[in-house]
Design a binder for this molecule. Structure first.
Ligand code: MG
Length: 244
């Protein structure tokens, strides 16, 4: 497992070795099983403001900031960018509906995986496009001792957001490591694109309804079927990625 994928990554990136010191984790669909709620909230909130988005489109757009998604819909359907007020109103409504959906549970396997990675002495950084306060506040409760505030990149820190490499480049900076010293863990096509564009070995965990092809097309270096699978195979992964 992974030997071939790492060899391919090194050839493609022109680097000599992978020497992993940090893991950069996306949040929605990786740490929390929150994507079904996000998809429904996007559909309902957009509709209230005269915009349309299908659940599949919501999954395809995952990773963008709220403003990014709203602007994309406005450009497609209104032929113009959304105003600041429209962005605020739609995103506020989307966040309200999201909260009313109930509590998004931690993804099965995520706690074990994060604890194992921490035990291995590796840095863990959160890199999310989310500005959903209810979930960001829940991180410490669900994953105690894992995410320090200084090791988080959220919607509030970035200018462009995913699929731009910016958030992952900021994550590298926060971890104080090079692209070849990190691994990205993502579930969304645009998140994978961002990780790959930042030059980082990117593991896609396909926890949603999209076919693997959507993640491979964006350059995912390997696909795992679930976070549980990842957690169960952590020892193998650690041995292969040469963690110091
Ligand atoms: Mg995600």
């Amino acid at each position: 497992m992974l030997e071939k994928e790492i060899a391919d990554y090194l050839v493609k990136s022109g680097n000599k070795s992978l020497n992993v010191k940090a893991f950069l984790f996306d949040m929605d669909g990786v740490l929390f099983n929150s994507m079904p709620f996000h998809a429904v909230s996007w559909c309902r909130a957009a509709k209230e403001f005269g915009l349309e988005i299908s659940e599949r489109q919501a999954y395809m757009n995952e990773g963008r900031t709220g403003a990014g998604t709203i602007n994309e819909l406005a450009m497609q359907q209104w032929g113009r960018e959304a105003t600041q007020k429209e962005i605020e109103d739609i995103y506020k409504r989307k966040a309200e509906i999201f909260v009313s959906c109930g509590t998004a549970e931690p993804m099965k396997g995520a706690v074990n995986l994060l604890n194992s990675i921490k035990k291995s002495g590796l840095k863990i950084v959160l890199v999310t496009g989310s500005g959903q306060k209810s979930l960001l506040d829940k991180l410490n409760h669900s994953f105690p001792g894992i995410f320090a505030t200084e090791n988080m990149v959220t919607a509030f820190d970035v200018k462009y957001g995913k699929p731009n490499p910016e958030p992952y480049l900021m994550g590298l900076k926060k971890a104080g490591v090079l692209p070849t010293e990190a691994v990205v863990v993502e579930n969304a096509p645009l998140g994978v694109r961002a990780g790959v564009a930042a030059g980082i070995f990117t593991i896609a965990v396909n926890t949603g309804p999209l076919p693997d092809e959507c993640l491979l097309k964006e350059g995912a270096n390997v696909i795992f079927p679930s976070m549980e699978f990842f957690a169960e195979h952590w020892d193998d992964v650690r041995n292969i990625i040469k963690c110091e």
